[in-house]
Design a protein around this ligand. Structure first.
Ligand code: GLA
Length: 720
């Protein structure tokens, strides 16, 4: 899988899906630089791409360096495109030069100290190439780590920085990965805001640098730490696409740059804007990992590579491969206004419907009857729950349901016992004002004593009550983010130290309670990233639960993330976020495309809706293995038309889900063709048998009901 061609100074990482070629090449002064001339479909002879290592440009203003595909570009050397590395020396010089010093190859894949990363279960699943570069003047070393999976269209990259010199350095930029492809590519990314996360945007870099980023302290609602370079003619089913997902949950930057010399570069890593890091002699700094997925068969192929990698080799633990329970969450049913009896009323209706898990949301602790107090005081409110969480949990368990609980552990309300005791524990910038958002401040998770407090506060609750599920929320972003712990000019480390501290907390708590199912959340989908999924195998996709809005949100999310990662709930109408009325059928049909649940007052439904809910619960139980673990394919996009369709497939069945937003006279597609149906014969929903080839070629008609907001879920069971 990793071949070293010493004659041409080439490294060729190759599997059945892709080739990645790296080359060591001497510059005009004989210094050896590292280039990445090729990344794409598997090559027979890696030397065939050597022409891509020729510098171009002739006039004195053409720096040959701006035409070369550097694997680890640095500042100050005439490669004027976005760089990965900038280290300031004692004189604040930005210029950094990194020259090749050696390599080693290992089977398997290493973990990353303190950071989430993809993994292998057997060493034979992947091979890893380490290449070391070094700046002879400062002693900065960068160890580039490339892992190629054997049976996946995936490679990963991360970089370990080390100060091997004798004087301190300041990393101003410590990126994770860079690829430079010859030619023009479209840049596809996911953007949004609260309640409208992850809409698909596709632009041509047009000889510009485009950047998506966050400096919010979380990956954020606005941009997702994921992007695609796609051939301009690539579609869902055709063309070359390279997806890059950063395994990180905080401030990031992804840049796509097309320059005048006809190549497109993608850089991925921490956001320089909110980062600097003091690196003393002998110290190392680990940059987060990037997952790359390549497909020559369009966006679906690229997404499917990431789906199975994230599901099987980023997510971990007891729940990774298990069917996820159908839950009922009381947030939209009661908000803060509940007590033991009200909760039990909903729980009894849930048990009657066959629901498996009750989640008690915000408002169970301190004196929290609205959102202006008590975060940090993780002690049950006995006025609402006189028998405590233990009593409530036991009563819920007695109905046959598991019991789950909401926390927002990274936060503190100014009106809380925790803040009164430790006013210095929140992020703050010296004597500047401490601006609240949703009336709360953020704990400084970079500090060990704060981490220890959070670990113990959450663990105590989990030890004392029968809790099988945790919703881990984070409801505001950074403002005036500084840390009292960081003196001596190190404030630029605050944001990344926050993430390292949070990851330590998550690792400790999730390992201590291995059978608890954790779901992350940040005002809905404000921290939906591969980093969080390493600790918590599912994420609340969006606070917007409207069925029509969810079509775009879930479709967009699927560009990178598997459906087993997406929480999707049926909520009340008129919808609380946007006031739309859709029927129970459509709401259920949309939600079954993720981890299914309800978010409404089940004790106040009409008999007809209750009957429909019972049908949905039964249906989800019979097909969720396929919807959560099967291959997901996007068929018709809500961003392009009135009809959305997607498909799930495994060895047992194929499920076609189709949704029409508005009814229209004529003009609608009458059928949809299924894709990559495992070969065999299938029983159609009306009892006919149909071959996989015919399902793909003839397709199936879409008999939508004669109204707006219509949906169809068609299950084709495989019979031979
Ligand atoms: C966030 C979450 C919601 C709910 C509320 C509770 O907004 O996204 O689902 O838990 O917090 O305050």
């Amino acid at each position: 899988m990793i071949h070293v061609d010493s004659e041409h100074h080439l490294f060729h990482l190759r599997n059945g899906f892709l080739s990645l070629v790296l080359r060591v090449q001497a510059d005009g002064d004989g210094e050896r630089e590292l280039l990445m001339p090729y990344l794409g479909q598997p090559l027979g002879d890696p030397a065939s791409c050597l022409y891509l290592c020729q510098p171009r440009g002739g006039a004195s203003f053409d720096s040959p360096r701006q035409t070369l595909p550097y694997a680890c570009p640095t500042d100050g050397r005439g490669d004027y495109r976005p760089a990965l590395v900038c280290a300031l020396d004692g004189q604040n010089q930005r210029c950094t030069e990194l020259f090749y010093t050696g390599y080693r190859i290992e089977t398997g894949k290493p973990g990353l100290a303190g950071l989430p990363a993809a993994y292998v279960e057997e060493p034979g699943e992947a091979d890893t190439l380490y290449i070391t570069l070094r700046d002879p003047l400062t002693g900065l070393e960068a160890e580039l780590c490339y892992t190629m999976y054997v049976n996946r269209p995936i490679f990963t990259e991360s970089i370990l920085y080390k100060n091997t010199g004798s004087a301190p350095l300041t990393l101003q930029n410590a990126g994770s990965a860079c690829v430079t492809l010859p030619g023009r590519y479209d840049f596809i990314h996911l953007h949004g805001a609260w309640a409208k996360e992850r809409a698909i945007e596709r632009v041509s870099p047009a000889r510009l640098t485009r950047e998506i980023s966050s400096c919010r302290g979380a990956s954020g609602h606005e941009h997702n730490p994921f992007a695609v370079l796609a051939a301009p003619d690539a579609t869902e089913f055709t063309g070359e696409c390279l997806g890059a997902a950063l395994v990180y949950s905080g401030d990031f930057s992804i840049k796509a740059d097309e320059n005048a010399y006809g190549s497109t570069r993608l850089t991925v890593g921490l956001n320089e804007r909110s980062f600097s890091w003091r690196l003393n002699p002998g110290e190392t700094f680990q940059a987060p990992e990037v997952l790359f997925s390549f497909s020559a068969q369009g966006l679906n192929g690229m997404s499917q590579g990431l789906h199975s990698l994230i599901r099987q080799r980023v997510c971990r633990g007891y729940w990774r491969d298990r069917e996820r329970p159908i839950l009922i969450n009381n947030w939209e049913a009661t908000y803060f206004n509940f007590d033991h009896d009200k909760i039990m009323k909903i729980a009894r209706a849930a048990a009657d419907a066959g629901i498996e898990l009750f989640v008690l949301d915000d408002g169970w602790f301190g004196k929290r009857n609205n959102d202006d107090c008590s975060l940090g005081d993780w002690v049950v409110n006995r006025e609402k729950l006189p028998r405590g969480l233990e009593g409530l949990g036991k009563d819920i368990n007695a109905l046959g349901l598991k019991f789950g609980l909401w926390f927002e552990p990274e936060m503190v309300s100014p009106d809380s016992d925790l803040y009164r005791a430790h006013p210095d524990w929140c992020l703050h910038a010296g004597n500047r004002r401490r601006t609240t958002a949703r009336q709360q401040l953020i704990l400084d998770m970079g500090r060990t004593e704060v981490q220890d407090y959070v670990i113990e506060a959450v663990s105590k609750v989990l030890r004392e009550a029968p809790i099988g599920y945790v919703k881990w929320d984070m409801n505001r972003n950074f403002l005036e983010a500084g840390s009292e712990d960081l003196t001596d000019g190190r404030q630029g480390e605050t944001a990344h130290r926050y993430m390292l501290g949070l990851y330590r907390v998550l690792e400790t708590v999730t390992q201590a309670f291995p059978e608890v199912l954790f779901e992350s959340c940040s005002g809905g989908g404000g921290r939906f990233d591969a980093g969080m999924l390493h600790y918590m195998p599912q994420t609340w996709t969006s606070d917007d639960t409207d069925a029509v809005a969810r079509l775009s949100i879930q479709y967009g999310t699927s560009l990178c993330y598997p459906t087993s990662a997406m929480g999707a709930h049926v909520s009340a109408v008129p919808n609380h976020q946007i006031g739309r009325v859709t029927d129970m059928r459509m709401r259920g049909d949309v939600a079954l495309g993720g981890n299914f649940g309800y978010e409404l007052d089940l004790s106040a439904q009409t008999p007809e809706d209750m009957e429909e809910i019972q049908r949905q619960v039964k249906q989800v139980k019979s097909i969720r293995e396929t919807t959560q673990q099967g291959v997901f394919t996007r068929l018709l996009s809500p961003f392009q038309g009135n009809v959305t369709a997607w498909q799930f497939a495994d060895d047992q069945r194929v499920i076609l889900c189709a949704y029409r937003v508005l009814n229209m006279p004529n003009g609608e597609p009458l059928r949809v063709r299924l894709h990559d149906v495992p070969s065999g014969t299938y029983c159609t929903p009306d009892g006919q048998s149909m071959s996989s080839a015919d399902l793909e070629r003839a397709g199936v008609p879409l008999p939508f009901a004669h109204r707006d907001f219509a949906s169809l879920v068609m299950v084709f069971e495989r019979i031979s």
